[in-house]
Design a protein around this ligand. Structure first.
Ligand code: HPA
Length: 249
């Protein structure tokens, strides 16, 4: 079987899939964290793998950047491969002064300038929220993964749960708009969560999103590539623990 954007046989994906934006991050999860991972798709360089995490079958696949790209892959995974749990793992830019580089944000809702979700509710504003139970599992796993990565309990990253802004643009975001978003309770800006939550609502499946703060818009600071990798690894372990638990429920 093959869809327009995924070339994998029926049954190639586990019911729970991690979704990093970068396909090379999907490969990293498969090679470094999963057991027995096999590549199941590589169309357009969007790599997907299925393996096991602590005995549970899980998959990981890149999504590319932005709402249209993640929407295509999420929809095809659900419709053609019977995926039930989708967890975005990505990076974000902090909008609030009390959010620091390296912090881990579990998304509780996503405002957006994308018009895609308005189609779902006759032109009204859609409440782009993740699945509550899956999100609770992600929060619990994130707190454990962050504590395990910093056993001395030093001034390590915090796990935050809150609202983010899903932007259609990376460049040209007016600083005063970003400030207003921070002042209205948005912890960070990223580019995919609201689209994923819209697809999950339409298709009747569960979705969640966990993000590492890779840059800070107010402070104009960012993580080095090495620091990004450490943050990504902690977040990926948290997401795997959460979906492995969810798959067993
Ligand atoms: N904007 C949008 N997405 C992002 C950013 C940003 O500044 N940083 C990380 N993801």
């Amino acid at each position: 079987m093959s869809t327009p954007h995924i070339a994998a046989p029926a049954g190639a994906f586990a019911p729970s899939v991690l979704l990093p934006g970068d396909p090379l991050r999907a490969r990293w999860v498969a090679n470094e964290l999963l057991s027995g991972a096999v590549e199941v798709t590589s169309i357009r360089g969007i790599l997907g793998y299925t393996g096991t995490w602590e005995g549970s079958e899980v998959s990981v696949m890149g999504t590319g950047m932005g709402v249209p790209s993640i929407s295509i892959y999420a929809t095809e995974l659900v419709r053609h491969y019977e995926v039930e749990n989708l967890v975005r793992i990505g990076s974000c830019g902090a909008l609030s002064d009390d959010v620091a580089l390296r912090d881990v944000i579990v998304v509780s809702g996503a405002s957006t300038d994308s018009g895609v979700n308005r189609r779902l509710v006759a032109g009204y504003d859609f409440a782009a929220t993740p699945d509550f139970h899956l999100t609770c599992a992600v929060v619990e796993a994130a707190e454990a993964a962050v504590a395990a990565a910093d056993p001395a309990g030093g001034p390590g990253p915090s796990v935050r749960v809150g609202r983010v802004f899903t932007s259609d643009t990376f460049y040209g975001q007016p600083p005063e708009e970003m400030q207003r978003l921070g002042a209205t309770g948005h912890l960070a800006v990223e580019m995919e969560a609201a689209g994923l939550f819209g697809v999950a609502a339409t298709e009747g499946v569960a979705a969640a999103a966990i993000l590492t703060v890779s840059d800070h818009l107010g402070e104009d600071t960012h993580l080095s590539p090495e620091e990004r990798q450490v943050g990504f690894s902690t977040m990926a372990v948290a997401a795997l623990d959460a979906i492995a638990g969810a798959a067993l429920r």
